[in-house]
Design a protein around this ligand. Sequence first.
Ligand code: AMP
Length: 285
Amino acid sequence: MIVTRELQELRQHRAAWSGTVGCVPTMGALHRGHQALMQAARSQCDRVVVTIFVNPTQFAPGEDFAAYPRTEEDDLRLCRESGVDLVWLPEVGQLYPPGSQTVVDVGRLGQQWEGASRPGHFQGVATVVTKLFLAVQPTHAYFGRKDRQQLEVIRVLVRDLLFPVEVVAVPTVREPGGLALSSRNRYLDSEQREQASRIYEALTEVDRLFAQGQRQVAALEQRFRAVLERIPGALVERFDVLAPDWSRAYAADEAPSRATVCVAVRWAGVRLLDEWELEEGASCY
Ligand code: AMP
């Protein structure tokens, strides 16, 4: 496995490769969720590149950029075990040369829902992923459904900027209790993690209600919040029910037959994201 921090070295290796190249962009602190992305890339592509970069522009002031877990040795071990060909760990100055001014903004999608809670976040994501794509030149790129709106932002980015990249969505990998794996779960102790699995429980409750025919958004949200109330101190920051084409969120009195639910819950100082697909007659519960 090639490990490099240098853009030039990455480019030299890339230029020597023919065939398909799968890219897995990450911020490190890798876990089984990231591994699922690497495995998908490994099974579909001739070469697999993992990038590890804690991207400062997608953190707002006051967020956890400085504290974000950095576990390089373990990360490289997981990449090696997963059959990765090359890991690129650029320094900040390499992706943002001094004086950098250019940004990439996907417009309205980046400002709504999760984007409204984290102004500037998706611009930071779109900008860094554009740079990663230009450097790695992948034919395929792998993203998790856990960060559901991010996946949609990437799809729009690829469409709008004509990137010759196939975006592959990978299902959310969960802990045995249902909590979606996340690098930020490291901030929680084992008891807090167990409590946080209520987020999954709440989503399965919403799914059950939906499957029983109660499809009204207000009722679904009420059920979600009722389950989360069992974690004292947990705050439901977002419960968005999105149209399948992401053109809009459904209003409280609407009763869609298909939708994507995106939630954000703040618990023990950590902002936890999760997602769920609701589809009439297709309960995954
Ligand atoms: P991050 O390192 O958190 O920026 O995540 C890198 C990629 O891994 C993103 O595409 C995430 O959506 C994906 N990812 C993170 N957690 C999970 C998970 N539990 N299941 C599947 N994909 C995930």
